[in-house]
Design a protein around this ligand. Structure first.
Ligand code: NAD
Length: 329
């Protein structure tokens, strides 16, 4: 298939581009490099440096390329920033997605895979989280992702868009050989932050809340390796039928606490990684982990990385060999 990948220079997108190229798809990446890295883009893919805000550039690309489908990763994803600057998030995440959908309708591109998030569930009434649980985000980032899902679901009904929303839990990990990995600035994700302490780029890791009603008092999350996310995207786009709306949780189904992540990182790196207990962050649910049963049953997907220590080993291979990410590769 000929596929448009928005945000394909970012963390998850660039891994998916490699996976799609491996499967023989013809990939065109569109990214404005606001957070992505040109070096992360597989050389087998074509790269177009453009902003989704530039509707004319987007239309020219879509009109001329003849895409069979699209994977839409481009978005802002910093929860704290979304609270402070919500309209920046509504503009980039919602408004630009509407532009993309309008052009997909105009040029009849009827297959889409969308990067959604477990943040769209807000504080769930129970865990593990299934797709049928209420979607009630508690921050503007989650609201924008839910609004994007709605625009897609309504498009599926109205003009036969086929769409799969993949609701990722905590994306993490890197290529096992350390050649490719996560490079966000500022870094907000737990595993890279912990490994930055091991690299002596930070003094300690803050543990936000040690008095939660969890097994060790720290928050529990579901850490899903980026290779397993790639596998979900490949299966989703290759099985997508026009007019069909699907939503899947993409997680391992295993909950891991913040303290367990820090302890596993100590074992992997051999560094003491000092941890600093800190007050809870508002709106952080105690426990979030997926029931990935629907994805496993319907797309025959199976997570291959379920051991947090082994996941951290892949991340460490990347961070140790690229302590400043792609910028100084
Ligand atoms: N990382 C996670 O744990 C996680 C969890 C759940 C969902 N997601 C979703 O997955 C997607 C990818 O996340 P990521 O961690 O790879 O983020 P990322 O920031 O590494 O990648 C996003 C990419 O989109 C590009 N981009 C942003 N706005 C753009 C625009 N207007 N025009 C063109 N390009 C633009 C950025 O330059 C970047 O390369 C996001 O949609 C995010 O909401 C991520």
């Amino acid at each position: 298939m000929k596929l448009l990948v928005t945000g394909g220079a970012g963390y998850v997108g660039s891994f998916c581009v490699r996976g799609l190229c491996d499967r023989g798809h013809e990939v065109v990446v569109l990214d404005n490099l606001s957070a992505g890295h040109k070096e992360a883009v597989d050389p087998r893919a074509a790269f177009v440096m453009a902003d989704l805000a530039d509707a004319r550039a987007l239309e020219t690309l879509i009109r001329d390329a003849g895409f069979d489908g699209a994977l839409h990763f481009a978005a802002y994803l910093n929860v704290g920033e979304s609270v402070a600057e919500p309209l920046k998030y509504y503009r980039n995440n919602v408004a630009h997605t509407v532009t993309l959908l309008e052009l997909m309708q105009k040029y009849q591109i009827l297959r889409l895979v969308f990067s959604s998030t477990c943040a769209c569930y807000g504080i769930p009434a129970a865990v593990p989280i299934t797709e049928s649980m209420p979607q009630a985000p508690i921050n503007p980032y989650g609201n924008t992702k839910l609004a994007m899902e709605w625009a897609m679901r309504d498009s599926a009904r109205a003009w036969k868009l086929g769409v799969t929303c993949l609701r990722y839990f905590n994306a993490c990990g890197a290529a096992a050989d350390g050649s490719h990995g996560e490079d966000h600035d500022p870094e907000i994700h737990l595993i890279p932050v912990v490994l930055q302490v091991a690299l002596e780029q930070r003094e300690n890791v803050q543990i936000f809340g040690v008095d939660y009603p969890t097994r060790d008092g720290s928050c529990i999350r579901d850490y899903i390796h980026v290779d397993d996310l790639v596998d979900a995207h490949v299966r989703a786009i290759e099985t997508q039928e026009p007019g069909e709306f699907r939503a899947y949780n993409v997680g391992t189904g295993v909950g891991t606490s913040v303290k367990q992540v820090v302890e596993a990182a100590r074992e992997v790196t051999g560094h003491p990684i000092p941890a600093k207990p800190t007050a809870r962050r508002p709106g952080d649910p105690p426990e979030l982990y997926a029931d990935p049963g629907k994805l496993m049953a319907e797309l025959e997907w199976q997570p291959r990385h379920t051991d947090i220590r082994e996941i951290i080993e892949t991340a460490w291979a990347w961070h140790r060999s690229h302590p400043h990410g792609y910028r100084h590769a």
